[in-house]
Design a protein around this ligand. Structure first.
Ligand SMILES: Nc1ncnc2c1ncn2[C@@H]1O[C@H](COP(=O)(O)OP(=O)(O)OP(=O)(O)O)[C@@H](O)[C@H]1O
Ligand SMILES: [Mg+2]
Length: 340
């Protein structure tokens, strides 16, 4: 955590309060999270358009990177919105994910660092990708070209987040073959659950035929408007259906979140003290802790945060930990699925 003296900031004026919040947000952003033992490849998918896939991909990626992780965003949408939001040039001549998928170019040749966020990288998408769905059809191993490219990429990474287009075509299938985890953003509105069945069936199909590890690990509620009854009803319904997968943190509807991409920025750098930025930081933390807990469970060790020491996590053999750790703390994590 940064060593900043916050006592000097007065919080009894609007500017003082904003400065205080920004310092606290930055403090949180630099607090290290547990890093996964192996790269977690997360597929951000929902064939429904405009539900917050891209916004969540770039802001979660920035949040994870600002909390100490090395993160790659793969823009797999011909719209190139994730590239735009990360300030990455993606005009037609820029080497991109199209060259990787169709031409077999190494991922290392197209990945670019994101300015302003250390540890964050982006593989951009250009408009060429619009033709890739059709061009891929006739290629060898058309469903596993992204997986092969990722496997051959030798840079150490903690997370790869893949931003999918709003369809269930070959691009999304490539992402599902490359990843282990699916992260589904759900917009808190009336038709939220429509089409979800089809997405889940696709996940099942890919798991059965192409990638036995694939599972829905995370659901994130987006554009939550606490003032409307509809939003809370939708949130409640999603939590009932997917109790283990839904993150406790939901992302509020916030103007700052929607403004950030037009400045080529994530909300984390555009307005670090906004509710949107804080929510994404919190959601990223949940994702990291759930993953660490799932890893620890698989290795039969208990994973606990040290309450007196923020940012410090301990692993102990499960039996020993069960004797020591307060029941409530253990129960808090007992419903988590993470990497099954
Ligand atoms: N929390 C939020 N508050 C306000 N606006 C938001 C929020 N999240 C996303 N938006 C806005 O909603 C719109 C859709 O978001 P986004 O582009 O992330 O969705 P998407 O699922 O990636 O869309 P597509 O299916 O077209 O790829 C964008 O204009 C974005 O700025
Ligand atoms: Mg998008």
């Amino acid at each position: 955590m940064q060593d900043v003296d916050t006592t000097a900031l007065s919080d009894d004026t609007p500017i003082g309060r904003a400065a205080q919040a920004a310092v606290e947000a930055l403090g949180r952003a630099t607090e290290a999270l547990p890093r996964p033992a192996r790269t977690r490849v997360m597929v951000v998918a929902n064939q429904k358009g405009g539900v917050g896939k891209t916004t969540s991909t770039v802001n979660l990626a920035a949040s994870l990177a600002m909390q100490g992780a090395r993160v790659l965003v793969v823009d797999l949408d011909p719209q190139g919105n994730a590239s735009t939001a990360l300030g990455i040039d993606h005009h037609a001549e820029v080497p991109s994910i199209y060259d990787v998928l169709v031409e077999g170019k190494p991922l290392a040749d197209v990945v670019q660092p994101v300015v302003d966020v250390e540890g964050l990288f982006c593989c951009p998408a250009t408009i060429d990708l619009a033709g890739a769905e059709i061009e891929l059809v006739s290629l060898v191993a058309r469903e596993s070209r992204l997986q092969r490219a990722i496997e051959a990429y030798e840079q150490p990474l903690d997370y790869i987040l893949i931003d999918c287009p709003p369809s269930l075509g070959l691009l999304t299938v490539n992402a599902m073959v490359a990843g282990r985890e699916v992260l589904i953003p759900i917009q808190c509105e009336y038709y939220a659950l429509e089409g979800l069945g089809q997405l889940l069936r696709n996940v099942d199909l890919v798991r059965a035929h192409l990638n036995p590890h694939l599972h829905v690990s995370t659901i994130l509620l987006t554009m939550y408007d606490a003032r409307t009854r509809l939003a809370s009803q939708v949130a409640e319904e999603v939590r009932t259906h997917f109790a283990d997968e839904v993150l406790k943190t939901s992302i509020p509807r916030s103007v700052r979140v929607s403004e950030a991409p037009s400045y080529g920025q994530t909300v984390l750098t555009y307005d670090p003290s906004s509710t949107g930025a804080l929510s994404y930081l919190e959601a990223a933390k949940e994702i990291a802790l759930r993953g660490a807990e799932a890893e620890a469970r698989a290795a039969d060790v208990q994973f606990t945060a040290d309450p007196g020491n923020p940012g410090v996590y301990q692993q102990q053999p499960r039996r020993m930990a069960e004797g020591l750790v307060h029941d409530a703390a253990a129960a808090q994590h007992s419903t988590m699925e993470g990497n099954r």
